[in-house]
Design a protein around this ligand. Structure first.
Ligand SMILES: Nc1ncnc2c1ncn2[C@@H]1O[C@H](COP(=O)(O)OP(=O)(O)O)[C@@H](O)[C@H]1O
Ligand SMILES: O=c1ccn([C@@H]2O[C@H](COP(=O)(O)OP(=O)(O)O)[C@@H](O)[C@H]2O)c(=O)[nH]1
Ligand SMILES: [Mg+2]
Length: 179
């Protein structure tokens, strides 16, 4: 049996992944790892050789190469000393999926995928609203349009892949956070 249990949490930008992961942590005691947060922290780390590359992808709504993201996730898992993880915002494309499968086979089992389904309009409205205080370089209309495009063109097929494996639990992202 693999050492780690993983639930992937997917959905468009602003679908509520981070919000619901916090709720799940509060009620069920998983460790929440946001791939985006880990990448933003690595971007800020003095001496990081990946800072500029990460910032370019974030601003453009494109996806950072899996070697970088998967190493950050794996290190965070090891450093936590825990076994059950919510991995939020990953895998986002086929490169992510293939890289994860290669690196984590026998190390982590994907038990389930939580998919927050949300309309484009809600996603955009929420991220623009979040942008008023988030300070994020990608919570603006131009970046958001690219992020939605990446989500439609690259991430949806990953959700489909896990649907075929019968691992997806689909939730309505339009609901209130409590519901
Ligand atoms: N169900 C919801 N209804 C209304 N606003 C929400 C809901 N879920 C999250 N939000 C707000 O929308 C923004 C994006 O939510 P977040 O959890 O960061 O989404 P994601 O991680 O999927 O981008 C945040 O400002 C958050 O407070
Ligand atoms: O596995 C990941 C997760 C995030 N990102 C980058 O980080 C950005 C922000 O991701 P995050 O999940 O924080 O955004 P959210 O969907 O929560 O708004 C994405 O658009 C990508 O550019 C990435 O390249 N790989
Ligand atoms: Mg998030």
């Amino acid at each position: 049996m693999a050492k780690y249990n993983v639930v992937f949490v997917l959905g468009g930008p602003g679908a509520g992944k981070g919000t619901q992961c916090e709720n799940i942590v509060r009620d069920f005691g998983y460790v929440h790892l946001s791939a985006g947060d880990l990448l933003r922290a690595e971007r800020q780390r003095p001496g990081s050789q990946f800072g500029e590359e990460i910032e370019g992808h974030i601003r453009n709504g494109t996806i950072v190469p899996v070697q970088i993201t998967c190493s950050l996730l794996r290190r965070a898992m090891e450093d936590s000393g825990k076994n059950n993880f919510l991995i939020d915002g990953f895998p986002r494309n086929k490169d992510n999926l293939d890289g994860w499968n290669k690196a984590m086979e026998g190390v982590a089992d994907v038990k389930m995928v939580l998919f927050f389904d949300c309309t484009e309009k809600t996603c955009i409205d929420r991220c623009l609203n979040r942008g008023k205080t988030s300070g994020r370089s990608d919570d603006n209309l131009e970046s958001l349009q690219k992020r939605i495009q990446t989500y439609t063109n690259s991430t949806m097929s990953i959700i489909e892949h896990y649907k075929k494996m019968d691992l997806v639990c689909e939730l309505n992202g339009e609901n209130s956070p409590d519901k």
